[in-house]
Design a protein. Structure first.
Length: 368
């Protein structure tokens, strides 16, 4: 048990990003057993009570916006953010733990002998990549332990075995353990997530052409250019819905018997234009599992340790439309036959909660 926990993240609230959801849910899970949890962010444009409601926060933690108006856009502002975080942490003389999603802030703290966990979800670019080179110095390297979202990231970082652990994303299963008032919509598939390149919206459009008797509901940010570029003419069985607040996701997922995860072979993140198919850990994967629905997903190595064909999902090849069409048709022809998929999904979700993720971090002997 630590007197204080600091979580550093270069984000602004509110935000639609999975990054923000990850950070908020981690702080929520940490707060279950820690009384003093502090999230240090650049900006906060809405009140805490609104944040609590929007992101389904169950346990209180403090949010400190470091800047009043400045947004993190460049190297200088990131350094200022790191300095301000350091000053706040060092004011606390008590026993504390630090987790950072900011590479620059993490390395800056390490230079001044503040131990911290640095969580990395993608290969580094620009200033972060340059700053990371400082970890070659032992007096800095000894003060950082890494949390990697996927083992493939080890190809980008030369890390010793005792300097990292691999932790997937996770889910707050309690949010899905309710009797929702929403009714299941018959013969309708749901998709939740980004509409960016590689997420498979084009694949859903092709599947919909083959299954005119099935409806497809797609939830995502309709303001992005990738959506505007889609050819949506003459697709009467596809309906798009704008981005949902996180608190609305569990009840909305409950409307669908089938949830789709149609990734292509190359998947891109909008904010950084990174190709992440080899090391992503999709939040929606764990939310789908917790929803205890029948998941049909692309067959990809990156999550093969989580998704098992004919146990907690049905897998299809992203380049074979016929496999998706057959799976969807078979499920809707005999839903009871696939009840075991729902059970497998729930069992998998229970093994991958934010609570268990936090326990692994806190069990580390890094701070001993």
């Amino acid at each position: 048990m630590f007197d204080t926990v600091y979580y550093l993240a270069e984000l602004s609230l509110p935000s639609k990003s999975a990054y923000t959801i990850h950070v908020i849910q981690m702080c929520n899970a940490i707060s279950k057993n820690q009384k003093d949890v502090n999230l240090l962010i650049p900006n906060q444009d809405i009140k805490y009570e609104e944040i609590k409601k929007e992101y389904s926060i169950e346990f209180d933690f403090k949010i400190f916006p470091i800047f009043k108006k400045m947004k993190i856009l460049n190297f200088i502002s990131r350094i200022i953010y790191a300095i301000k975080c350091y000053n706040k942490i060092k004011k606390k003389k008590s026993n504390y733990l630090v987790i950072s999603r900011s590479v620059i802030a993490s390395i800056f703290l390490a230079i001044f002998q503040v131990k911290n966990f640095l969580e990395i979800h993608h290969e580094l670019k620009g200033f972060s990549k340059i700053f990371f080179q400082l970890t070659k110095f032992y007096f800095i390297e000894k003060n950082v332990k890494y949390i990697l979202i996927n083992s493939y990231l080890l190809n980008f970082f030369n890390l010793k075995k005792d300097k990292y652990f691999i932790l997937d994303d996770a889910v707050n299963i309690d949010l899905f353990n309710h009797s929702f008032e929403t009714k299941v919509i018959p013969k309708t598939c749901g998709y939740f997530g980004s509409l960016t390149k590689g997420k498979g919206i084009e694949l859903i459009i092709e599947i919909a052409k083959k299954l005119p008797e099935i409806d497809f509901h797609i939830y995502g940010d309709l303001s992005i250019s990738a959506f505007k570029d889609l050819d949506l003419k003459n697709h009467k069985n596809i309906t798009f819905f704008d981005h949902l607040k996180y608190s609305k996701i569990p009840s909305t997922m409950n409307k669908y018997e089938i949830l789709l995860m149609p990734y292509l072979n190359k998947v891109f993140v909008r904010s950084k234009n990174l190709e992440v198919s080899k090391y992503m850990s999709p939040l929606k994967l764990f939310e789908y599992l917790a929803a205890s629905k029948i998941i049909i997903a692309s067959r990809l190595d990156v999550y093969s340790h989580i998704l098992v064909d004919n146990y907690n999902c049905l897998l299809s090849s992203s380049d074979k439309i016929s496999e998706w069409v057959l799976n969807i048709s078979n499920i809707f022809s005999d839903l009871k036959k696939y009840e075991y998929i729902r059970n497998g999904a729930k069992e998998t979700a229970i093994k991958n909660t934010w609570d268990k993720r936090v326990k692994i971090i806190f069990a580390s002997k890094f701070y001993n």
